[in-house]
Write a protein that binds this ligand. Sequence first.
Ligand SMILES: [Zn+2]
Length: 258
Amino acid sequence: MNSDLANLIELQHADTEIARLKAEIAALPKRVAVIEEKLAGSKDRLDKAKAALKTDEANRRKYEGEIQNLRQKISKYRDQMLAVKTNQEYRALGTEVEFAEKEISGFEDKILETMIDVDDKNGDLKRAESDLKAHTAEIEKEKAEARSRTAEDEKALAEWSAKRDQYRSGVSAETLRHYDRVLTRRGSAIAEARDHKCSACQVMLRPQVYSDVMSNEQIIMCDSCNRILYFVPTVEADLANEEPRQLAPRPEADAAAQ
Ligand SMILES: [Zn+2]
């Protein structure tokens, strides 16, 4: 096999691995970021649940304080009622007492309202606490995995990069320039010729070109996509066996066998 071609096949393999590893290394922090976002969401829910319960508690104390004040007022009015001299004054104090009692009943309703959904709110709090705990454990695990995976990937990347340099040094400058140009434009720069076609762009190769490619002795480019073509003998043989109509007649071989 042409040595440029042999090195290019290895080079393409190295370039593919390098691209895969780089993509994986870049993707890992994003995976962690997604879980960190979930964690922030759980923290937020927990804070809100705590704040809601605290507000209820503060309101309840406030209403209880108001009720206390109103009760004291009522008791004062009642004392005054015992001491008044006119019916008019007595009725006026009676109205004040009624008014204060109505206010007390209003505050009692409000206290009930804060207590009605206290169970729901406690449930929210418990759920938020357990979610936060689960997400915290998950993120620690995920972060540890990401760290070790990144270290492995970086080691493999360094190994592949060294191999890549080695393969590149084994390819002539002109061929390498062509490889780099096509790789940048198309994402791959070499392609297997199979079944009389370029396996990358599927365009049929002229018989002479195909036969030259089959020898693997020259740098031959696909007319259509410009990728450098190579041939893998076993694949062609397997394909030929699957589709006997493509087999060339072998009368001599048959005759020799008999
Ligand atoms: Zn092609």
